[in-house]
Design a protein around this ligand. Structure first.
Ligand code: KG4
Ligand code: ZN
Length: 338
């Protein structure tokens, strides 16, 4: 079965072709121009998706040596994401499905991330714990099968990636801030600076707005003394902030590992590209004697391979969708498709 996947929820247009378990193409076109605005501008994002979607689909099919008539299933991100951006990929995919008379599967973007570990050679084993850390969401989930996902906790304010991006902005670093913070943190020789992490009532929930505010206060205080932060202090702030956020993520993940018997742990989403976090998850896996599956960088950020894979699993589980479904900008109450 040839599966065509399309992702356009934010600032990446991506098209993938999956044949059985083999990924034939996973093309990702990133909209770098948002950098100069300090964040994603929704209207500009939709227009850029519109311009690239057709050439990208053609290129992905060409690379895969698959003709349109040989596509068996079409999957596209339905949400959550920017509604204008979602509409481009979603409507294009539905139109294609209609014209080719092929089945269409709307895919929840978060579910795409959750199962992205299956794109690796070594795959997660059910039940597994998934730590989803992206620009818009932070979730700790118990994944029992392709259709049973239990939410253990989530952020009550900012997402982890959002906190990285906001603190990067405070340090006058370009969007997206995560990789820049990581780079600065790696130059720090260690510091006594500590940013506090909230202790929440719910054992698996997260909160990152307090850390963000204490970084802001710290910067303001030091700027009074010095107007400009020197580069060493910036490196140390990045280091302390990264430790605080990643420490909170690891702390709750470890609590969940103690409470639930799982066979693997999977770290997914854009922030899963963070080297410090990747290393900590691997150590945690070793400590608890379970596999840790962390996708390659290509599958951490937004990509269509994960959308094609997730769509295929839903189709194989017997789920069928008609063309009347609409894209959704926010996560629904339970958050998932089934
Ligand atoms: O999953 P993703 O590509 O898009 C959403 O679905 O939100 O995640 C993007 C987020 C951004 O906030 C970005 O700053 C963060 O992932 N990110 C990182 C790193 N690389 C990307 N955060 C920390 N360290 C990184 N190396
Ligand atoms: Zn994402």
């Amino acid at each position: 079965m040839n599966v065509l996947g399309i992702e356009s929820s934010c600032d990446e247009t991506s098209v993938a072709v999956l044949f059985k378990n083999k990924l034939l193409a996973n093309l990702i076109s990133s909209q770098d121009f948002h950098k100069k605005y300090g964040g994603v501008v929704p209207e500009l994002s939709s227009r850029a998706h519109l311009q690239i979607i057709i050439p990208l689909v053609k290129q992905a099919l060409l690379k895969s040596n698959v003709e349109l008539k040989d596509v068996d299933l079409i999957c596209a991100t339905a949400g959550p994401g920017l509604i204008g951006a979602l509409l481009v990929g979603f409507t294009f995919a539905k139109g294609l499905a209609l014209s080719l008379n092929k089945p269409f599967v709307p895919v929840n973007h978060i579910e795409g991330h959750i199962f992205s570990g299956f794109l690796m050679d070594e795959k997660p084993e059910f039940p597994f714990l998934a730590l989803v850390v992206s620009g818009g969401h932070t979730l700790l989930l118990l994944v029992k099968s392709f259709t049973e996902i239990e939410k253990l906790g989530s952020t009550i304010d900012d997402a982890a990636g959002e906190a990285y991006d906001k603190v990067a902005k405070m340090l006058e670093l370009q969007y997206p801030g995560g990789p820049k913070i990581q780079e600065l943190a790696s130059k720090s020789k260690g510091t006594d600076i500590k940013f506090p992490i909230a202790n929440l009532k719910h054992p698996f929930d997260f909160s990152f707005s307090g850390v963000k505010t204490s970084v802001l206060r710290f910067i303001q205080k030091n700027k009074i003394v010095d107007k400009q932060l020197d580069y060493k202090l910036k490196n140390d702030i990045a280091f302390a902030f990264q430790n605080a956020v990643n420490g909170a993520l690891i702390k709750n993940t470890e609590k969940a590992l103690r409470e639930f018997k799982v066979n693997s742990i999977s770290l997914v989403g854009g922030v899963a590209a963070n080297k410090n976090l990747r290393n900590s998850i691997v150590s945690l896996g070793r400590k608890y004697g379970i596999k840790s599956i962390i996708p390659n960088f290509e599958f951490c950020g937004d990509n269509a391979a994960m959308i094609a894979f997730r769509g295929k699993t839903l189709f194989n589980e017997g789920k069928r969708f008609d063309l009347s479904s609409k894209p959704f900008p926010h996560l629904t109450k339970d958050g998932f498709n089934f």
